[in-house]
Design a protein around this ligand. Structure first.
Ligand SMILES: NC(=O)c1ccc[n+]([C@@H]2O[C@H](COP(=O)([O-])OP(=O)(O)OC[C@H]3O[C@@H](n4cnc5c(N)ncnc54)[C@H](O)[C@@H]3O)[C@@H](O)[C@H]2O)c1
Ligand SMILES: [Zn+2]
Length: 420
C-alpha cells in the first residue's frame, strides 16, 4: 500500500482523505454462478461482471486491465466505512499499490473542485498513463471518477465498482461521466467508457432503504421501455425484491444491465435510440429541479415520471389506460410515489424545457405504446397543458396541504438545466 497515506486536504470546509474502515462481514459465494454481460462498443468494449462476494476478489480481476501497480480508489465516506478495507486487502494481495481518495458523500461532491482534488492526488502520487482508477461507490463516485480518468493525462483506465442499485443498473454502464455546475446538473462531462464494471450485489444490503426503493424506479423503467417479460417478473417478484431476496435481486440487476448495454451499444452518444433510457425522466428531472434537488431523490422523481408520462402518453392516444394502470400499480407496490402536488403547469413546462429542449419550444419525450415498447416524439405545449388541466383543473396549483403519496415542490425554486 502507498506509504504516503493518508491524503488529507481541506476542500471548501470538507475533507478529502483516508478514514479508517471497518471490515465487512465474510461473504459467501457458494452456489451462485458469476454472470457476465458484455457491452459491445468495438475497441471500447467491456464486461459487466456480477457476482455476490465479488469485492473480495477485485484485485485478481484487474490483472487483465492494467500493467501498472498503481491503483487509485475513489470512494465516499459512507462506502469507505464499510468496504474500503476489504477492497484494499484484495488489491494488496494481488500485488497492487492502492491509493484511496475519500470524498464527502452526496451530490454536492459532484463538482469541478472535486475533480481538481482528485487530479492533484493523482499527480502528487505520480500516477501514470497505465495507472488505473477504481470508482467504489454510487453514481456520484462513478461520475466523478470517470470524468477524472477521462482527463488525467488525456485518459487513464478506470473500473466501476458500483455499490448502489442506481449505480449497478444504470450509472456505471454506458460511459456518461461528469459533474454538476451551478447553472445545471451534469452540465460538464465526457463520454468515457470504463474498462469493466464489477458488481457485488451483497453491497446493497447496507444501502439505506430509501436509496434501494429509489433504484427500483430505474429497474421498472427497463421493463417498460424494452421487455414486457421482465416487467411481468417485476410484478410477480416485487415483494421478494423489497425483501432483498438474492435470486430476484441478481436477475433484476442482470436484466437491467443487459437492456442498458444493448441500448448503449446501438447508440453510444445518444443521438437517437439511447434517448429511450430517458423514459420517466422528462417529468422526473423537472420535479427534481423544481424541488431544488432536496425534497426528492432522483429515483423517487423518476417513479413519478414513469406514471405521469404514461398518463400523458395515454392522453395523446399513444397507449391504452391499461398500460398506465399497470405501471401505476407496480410503482406504488414498489413503495414509490406516483403523483405530484403543488406544481403549476407553467413551472412544470418550464422545467421540462430545461431538460430536453428542441427548436420551437417542443420537448422531446419518450412514450410507451405498450409495456415493453416506447416511441420518441416531441410534445407541444398545448397538448401538455390540456393533459395537465384534465388532471388538476385550469391553471392549477393543487391544494397546499401535503397529501400522502404526493411530493410537494418548492414554490420559489428556479429550474436548473438538467443534462441526462
Ligand atoms: N452516468 C450515468 O449514466 C448516470 C445515470 C444515472 C444517475 N447518474 C448520477 O448518479 C448520481 C446518483 O447516484 P446514486 O443514486 O448512486 O447516489 P449516491 O452516489 O449519492 O449514493 C447515495 C448514498 O448511498 C451511499 N452509499 C452508496 N453505496 C452504499 C452502500 N453499499 N451501503 C451504504 N451506503 C451506500 C452513498 O454514500 C450516498 O450517501 C447522480 O449524480 C446522477 O446524476 C449518472
Ligand atoms: Zn435516472
Amino acid at each position: 500500500m502507498n506509504p504516503g497515506l493518508p491524503i488529507q486536504e481541506e476542500s471548501d470546509g470538507r475533507l478529502i482523505g483516508i478514514i479508517s474502515g471497518q471490515e465487512r462481514p465474510s461473504l459467501s459465494m457458494a452456489g451462485v454462478a458469476e454472470q457476465i454481460v458484455p457491452v459491445t462498443l468495438g475497441e471500447r468494449s467491456y464486461d459487466i461482471v456480477l457476482h455476490p462476494g465479488l469485492l473480495a476478489t477485485v484485485g485478481d480481476r484487474l490483472s487483465a486491465l492494467t500493467t501498472s501497480p498503481k491503483i487509485g480508489i475513489v470512494t465516499d465516506r459512507h462506502v469507505a466505512n464499510r468496504y474500503l478495507q476489504g477492497t484494499l486487502r484484495s488489491l494488496c494481495k494481488a500485488g497492487y499499490d492502492p491509493t484511496p481518495i475519500i470524498l464527502p458523500p452526496g451530490e454536492r461532491t459532484k463538482t469541478l473542485s472535486t475533480i481538481a482534488k482528485i487530479l492533484d492526488a493523482l499527480a502528487r502520487h505520480k500516477f501514470e498513463r497505465q495507472s488505473l482508477l477504481l470508482a467504489l461507490g454510487g453514481g456520484v463516485i462513478g461520475d466523478v471518477t470517470g470524468f477524472a480518468a477521462a482527463i488525467y493525462q488525456r485518459g487513464i483506465p478506470f473500473v466501476q465498482v458500483p455499490t448502489t442499485l442506481v449505480a449497478q443498473v444504470d450509472s456505471s454502464v454506458g460511459g456518461k461521466t461528469g459533474v454538476d455546475h451551478r447553472l445545471g446538473k451534469n452540465l460538464i462531462g465526457a463520454f468515457y467508457q470504463p474498462r469493466a464494471v464489477l458488481i457485488d450485489p451483497l453491497t446493497l444490503r447496507t444501502l439505506p432503504r430509501r436509496e434501494w426503493i429509489a433504484g427500483l424506479a430505474e429497474v421498472i423503467k427497463y421493463g417498460i421501455i424494452a421487455d414486457e417479460e421482465f416487467f411481468v417478473f417485476l410484478e410477480q417478484e416485487i415483494p421478494a425484491l423489497l425483501k432483498l431476496d438474492e435470486a430476484p435481486v441478481i436477475h433484476a440487476i442482470k436484466r437491467s444491465c443487459e437492456i442498458k448495454a444493448q441500448v448503449v451499444a446501438a447508440d453510444e452518444r445518444e443521438s437517437d435510440r439511447r434517448r429511450i433510457l430517458n423514459y420517466g425522466h422528462t417529468i422526473g428531472h423537472a420535479l427534481e429541479s423544481l424541488a431544488g434537488y432536496r425534497g426528492l431523490i432522483h429515483g423517487e422523481a423518476v417513479g413519478i415520471g414513469l406514471v405521469q408520462e404514461a398518463d400523458l402518453a395515454c392522453h395523446m392516444g399513444l397507449c391504452g389506460r391499461d398500460v398506465v394502470e399497470r405501471i401505476r400499480s407496480l410503482v406504488q407496490r414498489a413503495g414509490l410515489s406516483e403523483q405530484v402536488s403543488q406544481a403549476s403547469f407553467t413551472s412544470l413546462w418550464g422545467a421540462m424545457q430545461h431538460d430536453k429542449k428542441v427548436a420551437g419550444g417542443r420537448v422531446i419525450g419518450v412514450w410507451p405504446v405498450r409495456i415493453g415498447e416506447v416511441v420518441i416524439r416531441p410534445i407541444e405545449q398545448q397538448v401538455c397543458a390540456a393533459w395537465f388541466q384534465s388532471k388538476h383543473g385550469h391553471g392549477s396549483r393543487p391544494s397546499s396541504g401535503r397529501q400522502p403519496g404526493k411530493h410537494p415542490v418548492r414554490r420559489k425554486a428556479r429550474a436548473r438545466r438538467y443534462i441526462s
